[in-house]
Design a protein around this ligand. Structure first.
Ligand code: FE2
Length: 247
């Protein structure tokens, strides 16, 4: 006999089936999307994506990261970059028995000598206190080609607040992959440019909040054009991460 309860149970089962099918489709399209990004990064040595592709609550997480950490920033060393505040952390990449990669806070968060004569240790923040930063680092590790992933030992995580002066000299950072993730910006300019060895531009884009650029450091030179005021003082908050093979 058909009762109201049995009809309701049938409807409920059909609804759940529809929801499951939709969830599977979303998961497949998300996976397909990440596969595409991975293939593009391997082939072209660069990939541009939006943080919403990594998590639906990315805009909120971006805001929360700025609110909780940027207040504690310190000026970068004047001989390095006079117009920039900075926080930094370094994460060790820890390999699990099943081949999975975990992240742990490194003992030393210093920047090795190279650009300057001595090791620099900007004020430290704790990247793993922020689920969004950890998820971003894991996502980047998931995007880089397997060879680089196998060699990667550390991820440097820098938070920068720049006003007008950007790093305008094309350079490399002696790392495997670089990541520029824009959290907020006010003003005009600040176009991020990648060049080939003949100094021809291969990528140029005014990165907006939520934009993430991942690029192979050995393959391209990178720099950013200065930031210009439109309404009040310009400002650009970014997270710059470096996937590194040095110990
Ligand atoms: Fe750089």
């Amino acid at each position: 006999m058909v009762t109201a309860e049995s009809l309701w149970a049938e409807e409920e089962a059909a609804r759940q089936e529809r929801e499951n099918a939709q969830r599977l489709r979303q998961r497949d399209s998300h996976r397909h999307h990440l596969d595409n990004l991975r293939a593009r990064l391997a082939a072209e040595g660069m990939v541009w994506l939006r943080d919403e592709m990594l998590s639906a609550d990315a805009p909120e997480a971006r805001r929360a990261l700025r609110e909780t950490t940027f207040r504690g920033m310190e000026h970068d060393r004047p001989d390095v970059q006079p117009d920039r505040d900075r926080l930094r952390d370094v994460l060790d990449i820890v390999r699990g028995p099943g081949g999975g990669l975990a992240l742990a806070e490194a003992e030393d968060h210093g920047i090795p000598a190279g650009y300057t004569d001595d090791v620099r240790r900007p004020r430290r923040f704790h990247a793993l206190d922020h689920g969004h930063v950890e998820a971003l680092c894991q996502a980047v590790l998931g995007l880089v080609p397997p060879g680089a992933r196998a060699r990667a030992r550390k991820i440097g995580v820098n938070l920068f607040r720049t006003r007008e002066v950007t790093v305008v000299t094309p350079h490399r950072d002696a790392v495997l992959y670089g990541v520029i993730y824009v959290l907020a910006r006010r003003g005009y300019g600040a176009t991020t440019i990648l060049l080939n060895d003949d100094h021809e531009p291969v990528f140029w884009r005014q990165l907006l909040p939520g934009d993430i650029l991942v690029f192979e450091d050995r393959r391209w030179l990178h720099y950013t054009t200065p930031l210009a005021a439109v309404d009040g003082r310009p400002l650009r908050d970014v997270l710059v991460a470096t996937v590194e093979d040095r110990a």
